[in-house]
Design a protein around this ligand. Structure first.
Ligand SMILES: Cc1cc2nc3c(=O)[nH]c(=O)nc-3n(C[C@H](O)[C@H](O)[C@H](O)COP(=O)(O)O)c2cc1C
Length: 210
């Protein structure tokens, strides 16, 4: 399948085959696609939790609108954005990249200073929101990777973020649950796959400025 065919093939899977085990190499490719996601200034202001513990998944299900994907999918990823962006985090990111790319220290410090100024112009709520926006790019990479691998997935916003934060101890880690991705194989019983995919028409979606 080419990319467009894969994007037409994929759908937000409602019922997973609970017996399917995702091969490790495919999981690694999905993780790589997340790692390779672009982000503003390259700060990657998120962490992704891989929830393997089946008891924990049972605990998360009722605070996820009871959605069966939480327990039935082969893998469950919880994308968490940083709740803030401190000067220390900016320095750490800039220094790591500077060392990796062998950049001069004054250039690294200059770029870090610029980032600190720009981030400092945002309110704390805007910083958290900005971090969440970056997180969705990583989510999209993972979803597209799944489609390319002919794996099914379901992005999930239908959950109580505060409960996730409590259950997973995220607040003390400086994280906020942002969006969830269930990954696996569609159940043959999932009728959703037969629904024709509706999208807004292109002439409504795109505006041409000639
Ligand atoms: C950020 C995001 C959150 C979503 N949350 C849920 C969810 O909680 N449960 C669910 O079944 N589908 C969820 N969906 C799936 C959408 O309803 C679905 O992508 C949309 O209707 C288009 O259908 P398709 O993805 O099957 O083409 C979510 C999608 C996105 C992108």
């Amino acid at each position: 399948m080419n990319t467009i065919e894969a994007l037409k093939w994929r759908y937000a899977t409602k019922k997973f085959d609970a017996h399917f085990d995702l091969p490790t190499d495919q999981l690694e490719q999905i993780k790589q696609s997340i790692q390779l996601a672009p982000s503003s200034y390259g700060l990657q202001p998120y962490q992704v939790l891989h929830i393997k513990d089946s008891n924990l998944r049972e605990t998360l299900k009722p605070v996820s609108w009871g959605q069966p994907q939480i327990t039935d999918a082969s893998e469950l990823l919880v994308f968490c954005n940083y709740s803030s962006m401190t000067n220390e985090q900016i320095d750490s990111s800039a220094n790591a990249k500077g060392t990796f790319q062998n950049l001069p220290q004054d250039q690294v410090a200059g770029y870090a200073g610029f980032m600190k100024t720009k981030v400092g112009e945002k309110s704390p709520a805007d910083v958290a929101h900005w971090n969440a926006k970056q997180t969705y790019i990583a989510l999209a990479n993972a979803m597209n990777m799944c489609a390319e691998l002919e794996l099914d997935c379901c992005p999930i916003e239908g959950f109580e973020a505060d409960k996730y934060n409590d259950i997973l101890g995220l607040t003390e880690k400086g994280l906020q649950a942002c969006v969830v991705l269930a990954i696996g194989k569609r159940s043959e019983e999932d009728q959703t796959m037969h629904k024709p995919k509706y999208r807004r028409p292109a002439d409504e979606l795109f505006l041409s400025f000639d």
